[in-house]
Ligand binder design. Structure first.
Ligand code: PRP
Ligand code: URA
Length: 209
């Protein structure tokens, strides 16, 4: 499975802000958005580039035009919503499909509770958006859904990934392409990433457990 750990100094700096337990929801959301933009920039490096003709002050010119119609952005609710605006900075016209999954904290299995995929999703590249890849269960369930709907290709961006989640994702969907700001050490006994960020959804939405 193609897996890119983005080692840009700005990403490392911003991730350090997120790892700081003293960082509250407002700054956390802002920085999550900034890293989302940086990861999306990396993940879209091979975006199809066409041309369109414009009139410039010096006459007609063919200029680059990215085809956002070939993509759908797919945040996994809830925490993926915090990641979405940073991706939309770069892809403002890409249609959004959402998949609601909540991890059962006892079994660590994802429970599906909502889904609204863009009607014209078949054949598109899905850009899956979630801050955390822990056991991998949520991402695998989401990609099962996207492939069943006919997505031609799945790229995924995660803030922090656990090695266990990457292995599980590779076993289930080896054709997925992953960009992540960090591959951390391991999961703890409750399925949380170490050192990780804690509960990303709770920190984004200001809902401490
Ligand atoms: C978090 C996170 C992922 C999932 C990762 O969501 O945003 O979706 O856990 O865990 P996994 O890889 O073990 O499946 P959570 O289920 O806590 O829901 P939330 O986004 O509503 O907070
Ligand atoms: N979900 C989170 O938000 N954080 C983790 O470390 C694992 C799952």
């Amino acid at each position: 499975m193609k897996t890119v750990e983005v080692r840009h100094p700005l990403v490392a700096h911003k991730l350090g802000l997120l790892r700081d337990a003293a960082t509250g929801p407002a700054l956390f959301r802002q920085v999550v958005g900034e890293i989302a933009t940086l990861l999306a920039y990396e993940a879209t490096a091979d975006l199809a580039l066409g041309t369109r003709r414009i009139d410039t002050w010096a006459g007609p010119l063919d200029v680059g035009r990215c085809d956002q119609d070939a993509i759908t952005l797919v945040p996994i609710l809830r925490a993926g919503l915090g990641f979405l605006p940073g991706v939309q900075v770069l892809l403002p016209s890409a249609p959004v499909s959402v998949i609601g999954l909540r991890r059962d904290e006892e079994t660590l299995q994802p429970q599906a509770y909502y889904q609204r995929l863009y009607r014209d999703i078949a054949g598109r590249t899905a850009l899956l958006i979630d801050p955390m890849l822990a056991t991998g269960g949520s991402a695998i369930a989401a990609i099962d859904t996207l492939k069943a709907a006919g997505c031609a290709r799945v790229k995924a961006i995660f803030l922090v990934s656990a090695p266990e989640g990457l292995r599980a994702l590779e076993a289930a969907h080896p054709d997925t392409e992953v960009w992540t700001a960090a591959i951390d050490d391991r999961l703890n006994d409750h399925g949380y990433i170490l050192p990780g960020l804690g509960d990303a959804g709770d920190r984004i939405f200001g809902t401490p457990a």
